[in-house]
Design a protein around this ligand. Structure first.
Ligand code: GLN
Length: 296
């Protein structure tokens, strides 16, 4: 059973997440001029889970560009992250790349032309490059647990394969997806990795271009509208920044031109988003005035 506390309940669908101490909290803000401000357990690595969908989407867009949008939509789903209900009516095309069905299509794109271990290695290298940190690893124990219990994801993958919207054997695509969810990062590493979304596609101010400014803008738009599943509207209302959550309790939020922020606290609300992490971001937005809805 979930250990319900005032900080929310930790995810219990796999043992490695169920064992996490819900009292932990970390925060890291990397500003546009490169300052790093950390608080709490900002150096503690946690399972980034669905936050990985941002990096995987960036990778997939780099591979096939806007043709991706023939296979996945760009609308908020209004349904939980692992919902299957819209897929039948919509012919196996997921509503957006951040619900699980959409992330599986993205994983399938990233798998094209590779063995699964090469595809996941490529994503890990990309994340290390973004964070400028070679120590980031995949937690194999988490990946294995995902594989053992991910029956809903298996169902989603098979269902989309039936509509020919997965092009590989589902078990291979699922292997890539489960491993990307198992990437472990600290708040500092995550906030560093998110800089390209605050800087219009640049790795660092005046640095290498990771993606075009337009693509960075669009990924931010998707994070704002779809990054918190059926609570995306509430997150936009309370925080006012593009954000992507994961069931490990991490949230990456972007204040364009101002900051890349990572918050982590393992206790989740009823939508599977970090309860304290959301509250922390709400307070930061309030204190700084950072919002995509404010003048300048
Ligand atoms: N591994 C989880 C799943 O696929 C990720 C979900 C999430 O972080 N929202 O169910």
């Amino acid at each position: 059973m979930a250990t319900e506390t005032e900080r929310g309940a930790v995810a219990t669908y796999i043992p490695p997440l169920a064992r996490i101490d819900p009292k932990q909290f970390g925060l890291c803000v990397v500003t546009a001029d490169g300052e790093i401000h950390s608080a709490g357990e900002a150096e503690e690595a946690f399972s980034i889970q669905s936050v990985s969908k941002v990096f995987a989407l960036t990778q997939a867009l780099g591979k096939i560009g806007d043709t991706l949008w023939r296979r996945v939509g760009r609308e908020p789903s209004g349904t939980p992250f692992n919902s299957i209900v819209q897929l039948e009516r919509e012919q196996g095309i997921p509503r957006n790349p951040f619900i699980n069905a959409g992330a599986l299509v993205v994983a399938d794109v990233n798998l094209a032309g590779h063995a699964p271990r090469v595809a996941i290695g490529e994503l890990l290298r990309f994340v290390r490059y973004l964070a400028e940190d070679e120590t980031i690893l995949i937690d194999e124990h988490v990946a294995r647990s995902e594989q053992e219990t991910g029956f809903r994801n298996v169902a989603l993958a098979n269902y989309m394969r039936a509509f020919a919207n997965l092009t590989h054997p589902p078990e291979l695509t699922l292997g890539v997806y489960f491993h990307q969810c198992a990437i472990a990062m600290s708040c500092r590493q995550l906030a560093m990795a998110g800089r390209y979304l605050m800087l219009g596609g640049l790795l660092e101010p005046g640095g290498a271009r990771v993606i075009s400014a337009q693509r960075a803008r669009r990924i931010n738009a998707l994070m704002l509208t779809c990054g918190h599943y059926d609570a995306s509207g509430d997150f936009a209302f309370r925080v006012g920044l593009p954000g992507k959550s994961g069931v490990g309790g991490g949230i990456l939020a972007i204040a364009p031109g101002k900051a890349s922020i990572a918050a982590w606290s393992p206790g989740l609300n009823e939508n599977g988003n970090s309860k304290l992490g959301t509250l922390a971001l709400e307070r930061i937005a309030e204190a700084t005035g950072w919002s995509v809805f404010s003048p300048a």
